[in-house]
Design a protein around this ligand. Structure first.
Ligand SMILES: [Zn+2]
Length: 293
């Protein structure tokens, strides 16, 4: 039997009538997928740096149409090695990250609405949390990450946190709709806080320890950022596609899978390994144990 004969047997020649006009055709083929849920979802993203770029690009390509984006930073040249939506022109004109992301996303999909807020997270209208289906943090600042965690937990909105550092990254999901779910604040001590200041960054900005000491600029690379941004996007999709099923059945849809609630996924680019550590609710946590809605 010749190779040519095999090909003729196994593959059909596609006619013009099989060309697919639906942008989302291939993902709609995934069992359990509901493109309407994706189209109608509003996602809040705090941080428009490297991980934010990856996450937002993925969300827009998937068909998410509304993103509330919060970041008051201006683009610098040192952002360009890992931010797919930025370019050199942005650095010359001192453009804000949120404005450039908004324009780039509207080019990717004219139906997308990016609410671009050049504000500190402290200053935003807290009703924006309630208008969101999922809140994501892509930040190098533990204080802001905890604040996003706290509000999202209080309002019962799923929250997905990410952190990257050189070849290492992590993702964790928090959702107060799951009984006894740990939040980001759980078990954090001042020693942990100090360590986390050192560990997490997605912007590469110079960071300071709790006592104000300069700790230099963080080392970051697009490979880690892309992997962690991809996993963070996947967590968003699990909530958007699966939360109604969870609320109805008390378990996650088998075709969509369970988010990383009570779990922290860690990626190690040196060993090529992922691992998941269990996160336990701290009965003394001032957010999730005393501040329930
Ligand atoms: Zn907690």
């Amino acid at each position: 039997m010749t190779r040519k004969k095999d090909i003729n047997k196994d593959y059909k020649v596609l006619g013009l009538d099989s060309i697919d006009e639906d942008i989302y055709d291939r993902q709609k083929r995934i069992p359990g997928w509901d493109q309407n849920k994706i189209s109608n979802a509003t996602i809040m993203v705090v941080g428009a740096g490297a991980t934010g770029n990856e996450l937002i690009k993925n969300l827009v390509l998937t068909g998410i149409r509304k993103i509330i984006l919060i970041d008051y930073d201006i683009i610098e040249k040192s952002n360009l090695n890992r931010c797919v939506l930025f370019n050199m022109e942005c650095t010359i004109e001192n453009k804000y990250k949120v404005d450039v992301v908004k324009e780039a996303c509207e080019n990717l999909n004219s139906e997308v609405e990016i609410v671009a807020l050049k504000q500190d997270l402290n200053d935003i209208d807290k009703n924006l949390y309630k208008q969101s289906d999922v809140v994501c943090s892509c930040l190098d600042n533990i204080e802001a990450r905890l604040q996003a965690n706290n509000y999202a937990y209080y309002y019962g909105i799923p929250f997905i946190d990410s952190g990257i550092d050189e070849f290492f990254g992590s993702v964790q999901a928090v959702y107060s709709g799951v009984e006894n779910a740990a939040c980001l604040q759980c078990g954090i001590t001042s020693a942990d806080l100090n360590l986390m200041w050192k560990k997490f960054s997605c912007t590469g900005q110079e960071i300071k320890s709790e006592n104000g000491e300069s700790m230099g600029k963080m080392a970051t690379i697009i490979t880690t950022t892309a992997i962690i941004g991809g996993i963070q996007t996947q967590q968003v999709l699990k909530f958007v596609l699966g939360i109604d099923y969870f609320k109805e059945h008390g378990k996650w849809h088998p075709n969509i899978g369970e988010p990383l609630i009570n779990k922290q996924l860690n990626y190690n680019g040196l060993t090529n390994k992922f691992d998941i550590i269990e996160k336990r609710k701290d009965p003394k946590c001032w957010i999730c144990s005393f501040n329930k809605k």
